[in-house]
Design a protein around this ligand. Structure first.
Ligand code: SAM
Length: 288
């Protein structure tokens, strides 16, 4: 259960899609001054070195953030991607990236004084690193860190006091049970807080649970009369490769601006990160 360490995947193409989408969501929800509560149900360590440790072994950032930065240095990119890159760059002292911020750091840096961030992490090593990393931030007092199973505890935080909330659900799916727990947690969350914005990351894999995930999410969203948006980014289609080639985000109650923003960013990501002719994106939405 505890073999997954996000450091192996820090700065990958999947992180880019997830964090780009996440930034769009937070910035939209902050357009009104009312306090925003953000829950990150699967936090990881918070921030990762790209030059030593796990990330330097896997080198996933080479096909992700480094590749995008190189593209952006030689080609025009849209404001959404520029904003994403400047947030990643802001964690680094030099232009050459040495660290990549995970969702807790990206979210922490975006907090306004009235906002709160709730982080869940179960891994015995990751939780210690996360707690240490968060304690160093000036936003630390606005952040709670919980070392418990988020799937069962999420509902207890909903609805947030201001009834304005964003929930990122980013499991590792190393255990098949995650697919089942996700569906249950989303249903419980929608029962308590139907108007919340929910962002679910998923790997695009041939295994049945993964292939079925978007359809299951659509069914749940439809049952609760919620709008949804599905976005996927594939960077290659080499059948024998073992690394992750595509990932997606499923958003329940997406802001009306998200589709347009992703429509601008996705063709650029396909060009920047595409490894072969299989590179492509998918963007579907439904308005309830
Ligand atoms: N959201 C992070 C980011 O974008 O930087 C990456 C998170 S990583 C994909 C998933 C994390 O969830 C792992 O660190 C894992 O230990 C943790 N985890 C797994 N099951 C969990 C659970 N039931 N509750 C809380 N954390 C869990």
């Amino acid at each position: 259960m505890f073999s997954y360490r996000h450091a192996f995947h820090a700065g990958s193409h999947a992180d880019i899609l997830k964090h780009l989408t996440l930034i769009h969501l937070v910035e939209y929800l902050q357009e009104k001054p009312v306090a925003l509560t953000i829950v990150d149900t699967h936090a990881g360590a918070g921030i990762y070195s790209l030059i030593d440790g796990f990330a330097s072994v896997s080198k996933e950032a080479d096909g992700g953030i480094y590749r995008l930065m190189q593209y952006a240095a030689n080609n025009p990119i849209n404001p959404g991607l520029q904003n994403y890159l400047s947030i990643i760059q802001a964690e680094n002292l030099t232009k050459d990236l040495s660290v990549y911020p995970g969702s807790p750091f990206i979210l922490a840096r975006l907090l306004r004084a009235q906002d709160r961030l709730k982080l869940f992490e179960l891994h015995p090593k990751e939780i210690d690193i996360l707690r240490h990393n968060i304690s160093e931030l000036k936003q630390a007092k606005q952040i709670d860190v919980y070392a418990v199973d988020s799937f069962s505890r999420l509902k207890g935080l909903l609805p947030p006091p201001s009834r304005r909330g964003l929930v990122l659900i980013d499991p590792s799916y190393e255990d098949k049970q995650d697919y089942h727990s996700l569906g249950k947690a989303i249903e419980e969350a929608l029962q308590r807080f139907a108007t919340g914005c929910y962002a679910i990351w998923y790997p695009v894999l041939s295994r049945r649970e993964s292939a079925d995930l978007p359809e299951r999410m659509k069914k749940i969203a439809t049952a609760y009369k919620r709008s949804w948006l599905q976005v996927e980014l594939r960077v290659e289609n080499a059948p024998k490769e073992r690394r992750l080639q595509a990932s997606g985000m499923f958003i329940i109650n997406p802001p009306w601006t998200l589709e347009k923003q992703l429509t601008e960013s996705l063709p650029i990501l396909v060009k920047a990160l595409g490894q072969d002719h299989g590179a492509q994106y998918l963007l579907n939405s439904f308005e309830a």
